[in-house]
Structure formats: structure tokens, C-alpha cells
Design a protein. Structure first.
Length: 321
């Protein structure tokens, strides 16, 4: 049990290792622990709902709660403590309902039941105490812990896409089925690191399918994105080169430095794309050569790629030259 939070689900995490006092995002330690507890509860719900789904019995209420709760825990989505307390209460209720449905369908739950599926509580104090036990660091093996968290963060992102698609009337039951399977698997201590790696790869597959579902929902509802009409007349590609002169303080040598302003017009875009490329500055030594850059821009007709490679030399002159 620990009084500290531990969260490393985003790239902003403190020192690149994990927030332990307060989230860099602003999340407080108590909210972080309640989010951990909600995820723990979702794993318990998934134990029952995944079994029910195999029997052909599903609950729209459970599915919606699962997705909405996962979505609520992604970075910067919700920091309201009272919301998480309410969701935990609702989750405990839904877990019991799912258990009862399974018992009616099979007569017994059967097999090994994870603690997440049996845990019960009534008060916020009990929530707080349990939350200190079920955080990220509760898995001692670092490899297994990392893989479990990777899966958890994967289904969180997946849920965000699916919720948006559902709001437009589009669903894919196979994605929800995988989310339940993945959450349930993170409670299974018999799974090895290799087993979890396979699940991570499967998570990536369903992540792509979730993005495709949202794309279908958006384009079917609003049409394909298109560039608006533009009154700007496209000009021919132009390259202007500006030079600057600077004197080196130690040697008295004068360097001619180059600054490139690239004007490139790409079909489908309303105006030229302007890019500035400066290969050196007065603080740098003489540059013998440098490579340019690749520009990839998404146009209405797909990817439009402009590849520009420059060889640039700075000119050095002695004081008497």
C-alpha cells in the first residue's frame, strides 16, 4: 500500500519516469488513485462480460460504461474527483448485475476468479484504501507491468475512438469484445511476457480498426474533407536565396552565410507553402555541406510529397582577400 500516486501514461510524465506527487497535467494524487481503481473495477466487470459475450449475452449498459470509463481516464479528459467516485459506485453495481446474468446463464461462474471481479466496497474511505493497493506498481515484475500498462493504454485510446463513433451511430462489437478480453488478460498471472507481447500486437490491430470505424463514422456523417475554394492564384515554384556576412571574432575571417526561403505550390492547397531554411548562424563554424529536407503534406487527393535536397557551402574569406 502506498500514499503516493504513480502515473506514466503520457509523454509529459515527470522526469520521463512517472508522476508521483501531482501530475504534470494537473491531475491530483487522489484523482490519479481513483482512476487506477476505476480501471481495476473495469477489469473485474470484463471478467464477467467477456464470458457473457461468448454465450451470446451482452449488455449495452455495460458496454457503454466500459467505454465511457476508459475514455474518462485518458490524459486531460476528466480530473473531477466526484465523477470518479460516482463511476466507481455505478461500476460496482454493474459488476454485480453482470455476475448475476452469468450465473443465470451458466449456473456458476466457474474457473479462477480474479480479485477485481470479487471486490466490493461502499464508502469513499474504502475506495481510497483499495486504490492505494491496485495502482500501476502493484505488478512487481517490470516486464509484465510494462506490457500490461501498454495494453491498458492501448484500449483507453481505442475507447476514445469508439465513443466518438458511437455518438454518430457507428459501432463494431468485435472491438468491444477485444477490449474486454484485453482488460481481463491483465489480471491473469499465468500469462507470460511472451503471451502479453502477442496481446499488445493484437491491440495494435484493433486500434487501427477503431480508427477506421471513426473515419467511416465521420465521412459517412459529414462527407470527405475538401479544400475550400480560393481566390489566390498559384504562382510557379520559386527559390530565393539571401546571403549574410559575419566576421569571426578570433580569426577575423569573414563568412558568407546562406538563408533559403523556399516557395512551393502544391496542387489542392489554397496557397503556396513557405518554408525557411537557414543552414548556419554567426555562432557556427564554417559549414562544408548540409542536406535539405522532405516535406509531406496531406492534400485532398492523398499525400503530396516534395523532396528538396540542397548542398550548401559557406564561403570563407581572409581579412585581406
Amino acid at each position: 500500500m502506498t500514499d503516493k500516486m504513480f502515473c506514466y501514461q503520457c509523454q509529459e510524465t515527470a522526469k520521463g519516469s512517472g508522476c508521483t506527487v501531482r501530475g504534470v497535467c494537473g491531475k491530483t494524487d487522489d484523482v490519479a488513485r481513483l482512476q487506477d481503481l476505476l480501471i481495476y473495477l473495469l477489469k473485474g466487470i470484463s471478467f464477467y462480460s467477456s464470458k457473457l459475450r461468448k454465450l451470446g449475452a451482452t449488455s449495452e449498459k455495460v458496454d457503454k460504461f466500459l467505454l465511457d470509463s476508459l475514455f474518462s481516464t485518458i490524459t486531460n479528459a476528466n480530473f473531477d474527483r466526484s465523477d470518479f467516485v460516482a463511476w466507481i459506485r455505478e461500476g460496482l453495481k454493474l459488476k454485480n448485475e453482470a455476475k448475476e446474468m452469468l450465473e443465470k446463464a451458466e449456473g456458476t461462474v466457474g474457473g479462477q476468479v480474479p480479485e477485481a471481479a470479487t471486490w466490493q466496497a461502499d464508502t469513499e474511505e474504502e475506495f481510497e484504501n483499495k486504490a492505494r493497493e491496485v495502482g500501476v506498481l502493484s505488478t512487481e515484475n517490470e516486464d509484465v507491468r510494462s506490457l500490461r500498462e501498454l495494453i491498458t493504454y492501448g484500449v483507453k485510446g481505442m475507447a476514445a475512438y469508439v465513443v466518438h463513433a458511437q455518438n454518430l451511430g457507428y459501432e463494431d462489437e468485435k472491438i468491444i469484445e477485444f477490449i474486454e478480453k484485453a482488460l481481463n488478460a491483465t489480471t491473469d498471472d499465468s500469462l507470460s511476457a511472451d503471451d502479453l507481447v502477442g496481446l499488445v500486437l493484437e491491440c495494435g490491430k484493433f486500434g487501427v480498426e477503431a480508427m477506421a470505424l471513426l473515419d467511416k463514422a465521420n465521412t459517412s456523417s459529414y462527407g470527405n474533407p475538401a479544400s475550400p475554394p480560393s481566390a489566390i492564384t498559384a504562382s510557379a515554384p520559386a527559390l530565393s536565396i539571401r546571403t549574410a556576412r559575419a566576421t569571426e571574432g578570433t580569426t577575423g575571417n569573414t563568412k558568407t552565410l546562406f538563408s533559403f526561403h523556399i516557395f512551393i505550390y502544391l496542387p489542392g492547397l489554397p496557397a503556396p507553402v513557405i518554408t525557411t531554411f537557414t543552414p548556419s548562424s554567426t555562432a557556427m563554424r564554417v559549414i562544408s555541406s548540409a542536406l535539405g529536407f522532405k516535406s509531406i503534406i496531406l492534400s485532398p487527393k492523398g499525400f503530396s510529397v516534395s523532396l528538396l535536397v540542397l548542398r550548401i557551402s559557406s564561403l570563407t574569406h581572409s581579412p585581406g582577400a
